[in-house]
Design a protein. Structure first.
Length: 107
């Protein structure tokens, strides 16, 4: 009985750590850039775009497709950075647990 109570305590402790980690990730702000810094996308850990900065030199009618591609690339870079940080935080939290490689936590 004592082992079950100890295990339940560990589960609650892990749950609290998981909730804190999820909140930390949600509050995370990352930037992704493209075009050598001509386009910058800022987003949070939930993947919501918080800001977009475009260098005025890109506002030319004949460069619309380039601008669109740079925005997409900057968004992708920011998203990948947020995912990498989230994966690292998850790895730290779950160190020692038998979780299969590639398993994504539900958040």
């Amino acid at each position: 009985m004592r082992d079950i109570m100890g295990m339940m305590g560990k589960v609650k402790e892990m749950q609290a750590k998981m909730e804190k980690m999820q909140a930390d990730i949600a509050n995370l702000e990352v930037e992704g850039t493209s075009g050598g810094g001509l386009v910058t996308v800022r987003m949070n850990g939930k993947g919501e775009m918080l800001g977009l900065r475009i260098d005025p030199s890109l506002f030319k009618e004949d460069e619309v497709e380039i601008l669109e591609d740079l925005i997409i690339a900057a968004h992708k870079a920011a998203k990948e950075r947020a995912e990498a940080i989230a994966a690292e935080k998850t790895k730290e939290l779950t160190a020692g647990l038998p979780i299969p490689p590639g398993f994504k936590m539900p958040f």
